[in-house]
Design a protein around this ligand. Structure first.
Ligand code: GTP
Ligand code: MG
Length: 137
């Protein structure tokens, strides 16, 4: 697949990291084909992360993702999902490789700065959750 979906999470927005993160993304060869500065409602966050609803951290995750604005975007590149997961690094920044976005900008496994879709199928679902057809270039 050639598309993935990302969110710069509330912690990274609060800490002033939107610019540096977008710079890393575009420098790595990803083209931004849709982008917005927005905020998730509790309902949005519960639906977006529904796969995690039985996990002990679910309420914490919903509170975190709704506490402030985010930047959401659809990105285009060959092998987008896998290459973007490599660029952002492991879920837990303590385990993330040097130079990855989470290693540079994330605090811990909960507040981890950025989202990246984990499959082509989820990239399409998540992109459609955030953007209408006419918002995608
Ligand atoms: P995403 O790109 O955000 O989907 O992260 P991921 O695919 O690397 O991780 P996963 O889908 O397993 O978890 C989704 C999100 O839930 C993570 O990015 C974290 O924000 C949060 N999360 C995962 N594990 C924990 C945990 O143990 N504690 C807390 N507080 N949050 C967690
Ligand atoms: Mg995930």
């Amino acid at each position: 697949g050639n598309r993935t979906f990302t969110m710069i999470k509330p912690d990274a927005v609060e800490n002033g990291h939107i610019g540096p993160i977008l710079e890393k993304i575009t420098s790595a060869g990803f083209k931004i084909i849709a982008m917005k500065y927005t905020q998730l409602s509790k309902r949005d966050a519960r639906e977006f992360y529904a796969i995690h609803r039985e996990r002990p951290f679910f309420d914490e995750l919903v509170d975190f993702m709704t506490r402030g604005p985010i930047v959401s975007a659809i990105l285009e590149k060959d092998n987008a999902v896998e290459d973007f997961r490599a660029l952002i690094g492991a879920t837990n920044p303590a385990e993330a490789a040097e130079g990855t976005i989470r290693k540079l900008y994330a605090k811990d496994i909960g507040e981890n700065a950025i989202h990246g879709s984990d499959s082509d199928e989820n990239a399409a679902i998540e992109g459609a959750f955030h953007f209408s057809g006419r918002e995608i270039y």
